[in-house]
Design a protein around this ligand. Sequence first.
Ligand SMILES: Nc1ncnc2c1ncn2[C@@H]1O[C@H](COP(=O)(O)OP(=O)(O)OP(=O)(O)O)[C@@H](O)[C@H]1O
Length: 316
Amino acid sequence: MTDVVIECHDLTKQYGTFTAVDHLNMTVRKGEIFGLLGPNGAGKTTTILMLLGLTEPTSGSVRVLGLDPARQPLSVKARVGYLPDQVGFYDNLTARENLNYIAKLNGIREPDMSKRIAAALEQVGLSHVTDRRVKTFSRGMRQRLGVAEVLIKQPQLIIMDEPTLALDPEAVREFLDLIRQLKASGITILLSSHLLQQVQAICDRVGLFHKGRMVLEGTVSELAQRVLGGAYRIHVEAEGGDAVAAALRSLPDVLNVSANGTHFYHVEARTDVRAEIARKVIEAGGRLLGLSVDTPGLDEVYTRYFQKGAAYAASA
Ligand SMILES: Nc1ncnc2c1ncn2[C@@H]1O[C@H](COP(=O)(O)OP(=O)(O)OP(=O)(O)O)[C@@H](O)[C@H]1O
């Protein structure tokens, strides 16, 4: 058995003559957190619906845990959890009562049911409010209860659609920690979000959607490399003048060096070449006074991509 959890080949969905998802190729591996990014209408939700077997592809293929969601929707539903942006609960019921209801709907019976519910509430940090009515819960608690609801199925994959949209910063932080814990427990996560900093903070890889196509895919630094050129911006402070500047320019992975005054250099590089820079400055007879690196964020990649969208789409 391979470790591929999601695999799409030329997956296409048309609504009439409109193509919402256009020949999508995507692979998500076991244990990854994969982020789906893209502006409104890019095709993320339609993709999720096809992964869940809630809408049929027009052409192409999709496999989730080796299953065809269009033909085996119940098997997919049994193994895959889905968390929307806001989960609906019966507000007058307690957390436990809500989960009892969901467990029964999923065919889970005692004694398993109570054990799974207790474990799920523990995992999301809500054990202390098991018997409190959900109407007293904050949005953050409701979202975590949503994860507990998904966990009682013991899923191998959880698909989350904008799960942190309505949360305050503290609740977001707790929720992102929870996602990391889910990954640590071996669950694969597909996360659709507009919130780039959050995606950057937790996703192993991201796919950028644009007009139904996945136009960029990779780690944040790979995307930065592709869209911005130099993914690493290195700030160098060194004495040594022209010899230092020439030494910096001679490094293989360096794309650009600009000097700011006589001591400061801004280096754009394909890789983190700080160690090589330190060596070169010394070899050139210079004196290294400071060295730091910053990697561009997903927000910069995203903004730049959409400024130059058509050009990248053509080369993707
Ligand atoms: N049932 C439908 N019938 C016709 N067009 C649809 C249908 N569902 C979605 N679309 C269109 O398909 C395109 C992709 O929509 P989708 O909801 O997948 O995008 P999205 O990336 O999830 O955007 P958002 O972030 O706004 O949810 C949009 O132009 C949308 O209007």
